[in-house]
Design a protein around this ligand. Structure first.
Ligand code: ZN
Ligand code: ZN
Length: 147
């Protein structure tokens, strides 16, 4: 599973334009995120890269992710007390979440703009965005359960 180098190059250009220094670790975190379709946590990324960067800590990964988030390269998905998941797909999309393994899968559905305008009317909020998630059992977990 590799992303087109284009996407990585674009992301690196965005970092450069924002004046962010590209360290080897930063490059590796970014590449891992772009290749990952699973919405990893900082810990997942740390575990995947620790053998390559023995001096790297989870805090370093977090700091890099914060930098990426601030310039709009990734989205942080928070779930109450559990650790945030990071999503490098910044286009509008929704998520299906497996209740058994925690996997998050993207899917596209016409953006529910009516919900936002209705919510504004009903609550008087200035709505900035919304999140929609469907929950269930992913196909892999379903196959496992059938055995
Ligand atoms: Zn699952
Ligand atoms: Zn996503």
């Amino acid at each position: 599973m590799t992303v087109s180098n284009n996407r990585l190059q674009e992301a690196i250009d965005t970092l450069k334009d924002s004046g962010v220094r590209i360290t080897p670790q930063r490059h590796a975190v970014l590449e891992y995120l772009l290749n990952s379709m699973t919405h990893p946590t900082a810990d997942d990324i740390y575990k995947a890269l620790e053998s390559k960067f023995p001096n790297m800590s989870v805090a370093t990964v977090y700091n890099n992710l914060r930098v990426f988030r601030e310039i709009g390269l990734v989205r942080e998905l928070t779930y109450g007390d559990s650790s945030s998941r990071f999503d490098c797909n910044t286009t509008d999309h929704y998520h299906a979440i497996c209740e058994s393994c925690g996997k998050i899968v993207d899917f596209h559905y016409p953006s529910l703009n009516e919900v936002e305008s209705l919510a504004e009317q009903v609550t008087g909020f200035d709505v900035s965005h919304h999140r929609m998630e469907v929950y269930g059992t992913c196909s892999q977990c379903k196959a496992k359960a059938a055995h």
